[in-house]
Design a protein around this ligand. Structure first.
Ligand SMILES: [Fe+2]
Length: 273
């Protein structure tokens, strides 16, 4: 298993909870539907007095400040409820401002208490992920990476995201698709080079994420990444906003060697798109 579709996320979210269970105040799992009554009230209570606009940092890959510690911690569900109106407005906007949205998300995410670790490091050399919260269009996951494990090169088609380290360390490299000669792809709309074609990506960032440090990506900025855990492994929180039910990741094949070192270019092809 590598990357989840929306259907996979949905089934995992429901599998985690029994019918009739109240997963947060006013949020009850009923059959195959999660009722969200009361979710916004919970969110407003947790973040009351701290408007979203005042929280926006505007920074792209900053270490989180200490300001989050001055405010009460919020649960993951409260965080989701607080950001939900902006998430819905974002995906409905004719020209979504993903950077402003992600700035608001990262400021609020700083105040979310670290979710409990649901298991020890994955067996062997791998990594695992699990749902923390799934309220479309928002997905919050936790990723556990064994020491030196790798999440292979992949994109985030039809969604943006924030990757936050909560324990250990992970090297995160981000890339953009280089527009092919003579074409202008609308990458944010999922218009990407075809399967079977070689194409180039440019590395924009190469950062080691440690606890409270994060990396953001939009649908057409830094959308492809490669994540490698350090010697002590890594625990990460992944926050996604889906623009479409088609949102999912696709893995890329590459040899990891620069095609043009000076320009930071690598030759790749889709594995399964
Ligand atoms: Fe990813």
């Amino acid at each position: 298993m590598q990357f989840w579709t929306v259907d996979t996320i949905k089934s995992h979210a429901l599998a985690d909870h029994a019918q009739g269970e109240e997963i947060s105040p006013g949020v009850v799992v009923e059959r195959r539907t999660i009722l969200r009554l009361g979710l916004s009230i919970a969110g407003l209570a947790a973040f009351g007095g701290f408007g979203l606009s005042g929280c926006a940092s505007g920074s792209r890959r900053d270490e989180m400040g200490e300001s989050g510690q001055l405010h009460p911690a919020a649960t993951a569900d409260e965080f989701v409820a607080a950001i939900m109106p902006q998430a819905r407005a974002l995906i409905a906007a004719p020209a979504p401002d993903e950077e402003a949205y992600l700035a608001a998300v990262t400021a609020l995410l700083a105040r979310v208490e670290a979710p409990p670790v649901w298991q020890a490091f994955p067996a062997g050399q791998g990594w695992t992920m699990d749902n923390i919260a799934y309220y479309p269009p928002i997905v919050l996951m936790q990723i556990k990476m064994a020491p030196r494990s790798v999440i292979h090169l992949h994109d985030h088609r039809h969604y943006n995201g924030v990757l936050l380290a909560t324990a250990g360390a992970a090297r995160c490299r981000n890339f953009d698709i280089v527009q092919p000669d003579g074409k202008r792809l609308n990458i944010a709309q999922g218009d990407v080079p075809a399967k079977g074609e070689d194409f180039l990506i440019r590395q924009n960032a190469d950062t080691v994420l440690r606890p409270r440090q994060l990396s953001t990506l939009t649908r057409d900025r830094d959308n492809i990444h490669h994540v490698e855990a350090g010697d002590e492994g890594a625990t990460l929180v992944d926050f996604f906003t889906h623009f479409s039910p088609k949102a999912r990741s696709y893995e890329l094949a590459w040899d990891g060697k620069p095609y043009d070192q000076a320009k930071g270019l690598f030759k790749v092809a889709w594995k399964d798109a």
